[in-house]
Design a protein. Structure first.
Length: 108
């Protein structure tokens, strides 16, 4: 996914999902630092029709929160606000929940 062209409507999806997948693999291997790096890289996407409408994949963020990696998750949420403007209210809610040392119940 990450080696695909960096242009076109699907480029943002490839960047986001490719990094989420690699982050999950890194976390499963015990490499928390690489997983954190991949989460932030996923958040740096320019977006896509799907991401801009439905929002980001939160599974890696949830897994990192379960490892007490709150700071990187908050940074990821801030990055996501740049492309998921339709989800601003939800991102704001999630940010407050994470700041209160909880995991949003609607993260899948």
């Amino acid at each position: 996914m990450l080696s695909q062209s960096s242009t076109g409507w699907n480029a943002g999806n490839n960047l986001h999902q490719g990094n989420i997948i690699l982050g999950k693999i890194a976390l499963a291997a015990g490499n928390v630092e690489e997983a954190k790096h991949r989460l932030l890289a996923a958040g740096k996407t320019s977006g896509s029709p799907q991401l801009n409408s439905f929002g980001p994949d939160m599974t890696l963020a949830k897994a990192l929160l379960q490892k007490d990696e709150k700071a990187v998750v908050l940074e990821y949420l801030a990055l996501c606000s740049k492309f998921w403007t339709l989800g601003k209210d939800r991102l704001d809610q999630w940010t407050e929940i994470v700041k209160n040392d909880q995991i949003p119940s609607d993260w899948r």
